[in-house]
Design a protein around this ligand. Sequence first.
Ligand SMILES: Nc1ncnc2c1ncn2[C@@H]1O[C@H](COP(=O)(O)OP(=O)(O)OP(=O)(O)O)[C@@H](O)[C@H]1O
Length: 777
Amino acid sequence: MDEVSRGVFVPFGVSPTAPPARKNTTAVPDGAASASSSTTSDRGGEKQGAARMDRAEDHRERVNLDVDRDDNDRDDRRRRDDEDRSLRLREQFRSFREMASPYFRENRDGRRLLLAIVFLTLANSAVRVFFSYLARDFWSALQDKDADTFYDVMFKFLGAMIVLAPINVAYRYQRQKLAIAWRKWMTGRVLRLYFSNRVYYMLERRSSSSTSTSGVVVDANAAKSAHPNDETATREVDNPDQRISEDIRSFTEFSLSFFLTIITSVIDLVCFSFILFTIMPQLFIAILLFATVGTVLTVVIGKVLIRLNYEALRKEADFRFSLVRVRENSESIAFYAGENVEERETDRRFENVIDNMSLINVAQRNLDFVTTYYNYLTWILPIMVIAPQYFAGNVELGVISQASSAFGHILDDMSLIVNSFTDISQFSAGIARLHSFLGAIAKLDPQRVSTTSLLGLHVDENDGAILRGGERMSYTTPAVAIRVKEVDPALDRLGTISPGSFSSPSRPSTILSIDRLCLATPDNKRLLILNLNLSLPSGKNLLIVGASGSGKSSLLRAIAGLWSTGEGEIVRPRSEHVYFLPQRPYCPPGSLRDQLLYPSTEHTDDHFALTGIDGSEHRPDGGPRPKDERRLYKDWTDDDLLGVLQSVDLPHLAGRAGDGDPYRGLDAVMDWGNTLSLGEQQRLAFGRLVINRPRLVIMDESTSALDVPAETKMYNLLKDLSSGGELGARRLTYVSVGHRPTLLAHHDLKLSLGGGSGFVSEIPSNACMVDEGFILS
Ligand SMILES: Nc1ncnc2c1ncn2[C@@H]1O[C@H](COP(=O)(O)OP(=O)(O)OP(=O)(O)O)[C@@H](O)[C@H]1O
């Protein structure tokens, strides 16, 4: 049996020490193999260590400090029921098939590679059988002191080794190549599904609104019928980052390894059973009984490891996440002097890890008793059975060697479960985690219906839209939900929407319309807005006011399409023409230039093309990537970008970042979110507006950290864009949420929210705001 394919690879990372595998049976002469047999657990241990190290990857922020223990217990019980189902063997097999088959169904290169590997596996097995005969002749020649036969056998050994080496190397190389290609495809596909239709956002939203430590816990029973946006549509999906980065890798590598192990085992079993049966049928029957008893005992004693390994993955990730969260919120925690709370919470999670590790250790110890006795017995059992025949002179020494080696092979094949139980238990846990993650993604995606396979995706060649059965998918929104209609940006250079969209030439063009909107919180517990109607003409800027908690930001979320619980229709330009500015701008990793350009890109689609396994270029998910609509209207030179910084009152930022050289500063990479003050970040966000040139800007207290002159400057900049002036070739309309009286002067209309209702009024040019109303000054 190939050393890599049996017991060495440790799937799904967290693992106790693997049980001693019987021996390393890489295709070498059998006599030599028995002399140099070694356990694989050491190398398994190394891999486990490496896998644990690998887990020091970053995790995204989730703010969920308070843990309600009662709710957690209830959620835990519910989750366990779910897991029980998903850990059952038949379920496991179905899950495995659903996740493994799409790659080979969709990818011809993958199928070819797999075939080549199966062929090489057969060749490997043939060589092994040949060696078993050579080994027999070798030992018999030694016993008979037959030098001619001895040298003849040695000569054949040398010849066979010349053939064997390339087969072995090619086998390993091709197998790894397939593992890489499969991982690449599967990760690309999952990323595509994860980022489609804001699935990543909905997963996180459930995460932060649930009481789970780092995941989503809701009713799985409701999942089948519920709409994706329904709060009860998913079950636990903790640590999606770990599932994408590690679980997929483990899944593809171990699946391949295990599949080849099974093939090799079956071939071995047939060949060596034949050999052993011809030498001594009693020995063959003894081995059958021995392996059956060993397997049953192992499964009974070790099955608890599957659940514990599942828990280990989750608890390790939770622990690591708590540390990442402290790192990301270090300043806030330091200001609050909240170290004790954080330490307690981190400790609690670490205790969970340790408790689970102790349970695994106990379960592993029990399993080790069985596997260790089992493996010791296999050393003497064949010799004991055959020795009387040898001493009676009925068989030669070479036959003992061959019988013993055949016994070893068969036992290895039949003891697959005994020897790989720890690996298999981790693999099973990983399958359950990955499957539930993909299931949640599918359920949360409004463009996917329940019958769509987990990884199934058909993409329009032209624009990258997701298709099903050749048909363009429409949103499967339920009867009652807020509809966001995105109007095709057939916009002229002055920002009007062309006839036939949602304005007519005779009426002033409308940039945003809201029709009979009723908006509730996602948990459907509070109605925030009732029956709101609004038609915002292009070029008229709107200020939304209202008491704290009245639903101002929620209305913006509904306009963005993030919240859809409620009724009514919102019509707005397509996403690439709308720009949302939150209070705390997001600073992506990268250079100052990246901060300014975000989320547009200077790259063409080719940037995303990756070299395929055959050297050809294709998209990471195997299909064409959707056209990135957010292209820059022109290439921004360094001087242009520095001019933008100047216009948003950040003239020295680039120079500072580049140690005096502003051009170098544009490419300086820093942790911008933690380096710039909030006011600087807000001004930088206005710079992005200049570059991205949206038609509609929606701002949620996005000047809250600026003083009044700076705020005025930013709004003057918007007005310049709004009039299609010097800075903007295309007209822009903006909507702001804010509390400051000074904001009135920068807007034409005011929407007042409160008590569930909202009404629009015109703002007189000489008005100032008092208690979110306004008076004439
Ligand atoms: N994910 C959520 N699930 C349930 N309720 C939520 C959620 N997010 C916000 N809310 C609630 O919805 C209400 C409206 O929130 P929103 O953020 O829109 O208020 P706001 O008017 O913008 O307030 P402020 O002026 O303080 O920013 C609040 O009572 C808030 O607690």
